[in-house]
Design a protein around this ligand. Sequence first.
Ligand code: COA
Length: 236
Amino acid sequence: MNEADGDEIAGSAPCLDGLFSPAVLTASAPIDDHVASLLPAEREGLAQASPSRQREYATGRWLAHALLRDQGEHDLAIPRNADRTPRWPTGWVGSITHSGSACAVAVSRADARLGIGIDLEPDRAVKPGLERMICFGDELAWIAEEGESGLGHRCRLVFSAKEAVYKAFHPRTRRVWRFAEVALEIDLDRESFEARLPADAGPAAVTGRILRRGGWIVSGVEWRREDAFDGEPRDG
Ligand SMILES: CC(C)(COP(=O)(O)OP(=O)(O)OC[C@H]1O[C@@H](n2cnc3c(N)ncnc32)[C@H](O)[C@@H]1OP(=O)(O)O)[C@@H](O)C(=O)NCCC(=O)NCCS
């Protein structure tokens, strides 16, 4: 959900420690002017975008390049596909997210993970009424647990977790899931969630992490190879 950040988080970037297993590498930074660092294949169509869009796009690539460089992978471009998904270099999967003033990226070797999803949100309530588009079934009861004042806040958590789930799976499934098709159960004490997935996902469910740190919400999902298509999620 792209919107301006409030003063409390402007200029900061979220801490991503504990969001993923060690198989996943992460980086975050405030959005800045990294357009000059883009590789030629990453510039296609960018000139038409607004300056702020160019900066958020370039910050994602700049962070991803640094992560890949640390693994000995130099000058690998991450262009955009026609459907806006990032095209990760052969042998890698990953995910990019930005929210107003900050950007976060997660990457993994493709022989370790089938997909990665990351989402970043300001830790504040969504606009009233949005819960009817995002939350369904038991999620509606869960967001209402803290009364009217907590409802929009909890809805933001559900939204963030669903976006991370969708971003982990969509590059392989290629299907647009509706919010009602993914059923979430969030455990705030454990900073984790379980998502039941649509039938075409492969696994029946996936677990994820959801952290609230320094005014940010960050959600992360790893689609593990061992959970690929067996219809039953496994631990670990
Ligand atoms: C793809 C989508 C999830 C992106 O979310 P967002 O709130 O706009 O933005 P974020 O900053 O978190 O993520 C944007 C990045 O995600 C990546 N992305 C875009 N479309 C993607 C997709 N379909 N799958 C995975 N990643 C995608 C891109 O890297 C993009 O950044 P970039 O253009 O700078 O490279 C959202 O726009 C969307 O298309 N939603 C479709 C329906 C939906 O959300 N369903 C959820 C049901 S569970």
